[in-house]
Design a protein around this ligand. Structure first.
Ligand code: SAM
Length: 332
């Protein structure tokens, strides 16, 4: 089987697929108050088109797919896409990033369709703060979604908290207790200068991962053990809590130590291949597909794009480059 090796010797085996840029939440650091630029629905690739592209990636050694968005569960029949993709030979890991607002009703069928694990955004355990951050979200629905994912056996369930000074940083310890009690992983994420946070200065809420870690250490004490080689760890540093199963990760997206191990690219709902979260480089696979490119032509375009994958992101250096890009469009 061919594999995707970029010009820095990195093997790309992980594709994040944004199935829609629409979201039922409007997190203030992600989507600007006036709303994000969204594509016309007809521009979104159909499930057949997405599955075709994913199949071509899988034939190039990509075995790991994560569905994201926008909010993937607002797109109709997401379960069917998951089923089709899980059945592709070569695909060994199918996961989902969601805000969990709609997860309660879909968790079981998603799991049966091959979604083994799930990442859920959860920035606060306070209903009013939750409403403020998400501009109207329903914490109780999300918590029911989390319980449903655990109940149907998705593992791991990873909770992602964007830690923001003056917004939710006082909840680090409460979030630890919540995650540990459920055997869920918890990842603390630094605010990135991207989407609304890039534009509106929400990055002023920046709370450094090292400070988070200090507080985690204080709260969990002896129980905290560094773990190496966590599958799919990406930019996270992981720690085990006691004998598990809960783990804690801290993600400092601004540090560049993880670029050298980068194994991923992203596909937007329009079929643009995004080569780096912190660079502008893209390849128009969806447009090619709709112009009638053959599998061989699409494969060539994928290989050429991977050969041009940038060495590293430039957050903090050339912020203007990505400031207006939205996580909701490119699939965070
Ligand atoms: N709707 C899904 C969800 O809520 O997980 C998937 C898409 S969402 C854009 C993916 C992740 O990006 C969320 O965990 C969100 O908190 C994170 N995110 C968005 N903007 C961010 C920023 N400026 N800095 C850090 N994380 C951000």
């Amino acid at each position: 089987m061919q594999s995707l090796i970029d010009s820095f010797g990195r093997r790309i085996d992980y594709l994040r697929v944004s199935v829609t840029d629409r979201c039922n939440y409007r997190c203030f650091y992600c989507i600007p108050a006036e709303g994000a630029d969204i594509a016309a629905r007809s521009e979104f690739l159909s499930y057949e088109e997405l599955t075709r592209l994913i199949r071509l990636f899988s034939e190039l050694g990509v075995g790991k797919i994560r569905f994201t968005g926008g909010e993937p569960l607002v797109r109709r029949d997401m379960v069917e896409l998951a089923r089709q993709v899980s059945m592709l030979p070569g695909i060994r890991d199918v996961s989902l990033s969601t805000n969990a607002h709609l997860l309660e009703q879909h968790a079981r069928e998603l799991h049966e369709a091959g979604v083994a694990r799930v990442n859920i955004s959860l920035d606060t355990l306070d209903p009013a703060t939750f409403r403020d951050i998400t501009r109207g979200g329903d914490l109780a629905a999300v918590q029911r979604g989390i319980e449903a994912a655990l109940a149907v056996g998705m593992r791991p369930v990873k909770l992602n908290m964007v830690v923001m000074k003056g917004v939710n940083d006082q909840e680090i310890e409460a979030m630890l207790d919540y995650a540990i009690a459920r055997g869920a992983d918890l990842r603390f994420i630094e605010t990135m200068p991207i989407g609304a946070a890039g534009r509106d200065g929400a990055a002023s809420h920046y709370y450094p991962a090292d400070k988070v870690l200090e507080r985690v250490r204080r709260h969990c004490g002896e129980e905290l053990v560094a773990v190496k080689g966590v599958r799919g760890a990406g930019p996270a540093r992981y720690y085990q809590i006691g004998s598990g199963p809960a783990r804690v990760g801290v993600i400092s997206a601004l540090s560049r130590h993880f670029c050298e191990g980068c194994n991923r690219v992203r596909l937007t709902a329009r079929g643009e291949l995004v080569l780096c979260l912190g660079q502008e480089d893209t390849a128009p696979l969806g447009a090619g597909l709709r112009q009638g490119w053959s599998d061989a032509e699409l494969t060539r375009a994928i290989l050429d794009a991977i050969a041009a994958k940038p060495e590293r992101h430039e957050f903090g250096e050339r912020e203007e480059v990505v400031r207006f890009r939205h996580m909701s469009t490119i699939g965070g």
